[in-house]
Design a protein around this ligand. Structure first.
Ligand SMILES: [Fe+2]
Length: 269
């Protein structure tokens, strides 16, 4: 654990495993704006997931306005702030209680969000539903040069029907460069089986022999789920989380019981 000081006071920095960082404000009543944006952005790039505890949550409009200090806020049809709650008869798996496979946010919009912000208004402890982040920079770093060579030729077309606030078709190269840190990242979303998920996502792999495509998709999913690359965030009411949407892919564990969890999310381009 380390501490940092700013004009607003002293914050405790507690490392998470295998990556991520909790920044705790001892008094329990700090404001996120007490910490300069460039400092928070640096910590986010270093740790990829930043969990702020002991900070006041923001009103909905205030939350969007705060995120605007970081860059352009993505506007979805429902608005800039998306309420994530579990519904009984959802149209989309994001609002159901099952697992959510790995993806990056904003795949089906024009620009890839660089950061996403969450605040947790309600949480039910001990019923699963953890948000799982996988560090693609670490997965790339650990791959040997032959594998990196294969990956460098791959691009993937993802297709999904628009059910809620996103949908369409996009093609992305598997390997990209992080615009802020310059390190290689993997852009990968797990295909969603129509028999299991309410809004299937198809993935067509280009750049390798067609017969190898299924094997590639399965092996990439297996690799990104390895415990050494994954941090599972168990939500507590009052958490504010900032995550690097370009270095990471994320998903969610299934819930094991009823939950009143309520998260709000904003994406910054
Ligand atoms: Fe997501």
């Amino acid at each position: 654990m380390t501490t940092s000081r700013s004009s607003a006071g002293t914050f405790r920095h507690i490392p998470l495993r295998p990556f991520g960082r909790v920044v705790e404000a001892p008094g329990g009543d700090a404001r996120i704006s007490d910490i300069p944006v460039d400092e928070l952005a640096r910590w986010t790039h270093e740790s990829r997931v930043l969990v702020l505890r002991g900070f006041r949550l923001l009103e909905t409009q205030e939350f969007a306005d705060y995120c605007r200090l970081w860059g352009e806020v993505l506007k979805w049809e429902p608005g800039e702030v998306i309420d994530l709650v579990v519904e009984e008869n959802p149209r989309n798996y994001l609002f159901a209680d099952g697992d959510v496979p790995f993806h990056w946010d904003g795949a089906f919009v024009e620009a890839d969000p660089r950061y996403f912000f969450f605040q947790c208004l309600e949480a039910t402890p001990g019923v699963g539903g953890e948000t799982v982040f996988s560090d693609t920079t670490a997965a790339y770093r650990d791959a040997d040069s032959d594998l990196r060579d294969v990956w460098s030729r791959i691009s993937i077309t993802y297709t999904t029907e628009k059910m809620v606030h996103y949908g369409g078709e996009i093609t992305e190269r598997l390997v990209a460069q992080h615009p802020s840190t310059g390190v290689p990242v993997l852009r990968f979303a797990e295909p969603l089986d129509p028999a299991v998920y309410k809004n299937p996502v198809q993935a067509a792999v280009h750049g390798i022999d067609g017969a190898m495509a299924e094997e590639f998709l399965a092996s990439m999913a297996e690799r990104l789920h390895r415990p050494e690359y994954c941090y599972a965030h168990d939500w507590r009411k009052g958490d504010i989380v900032i995550a690097d949407n370009i270095a990471l892919v994320h998903g969610r564990n299934a819930f094991s019981g009823p939950t009143n969890r309520h998260l709000q999310r904003v994406e910054v381009i």
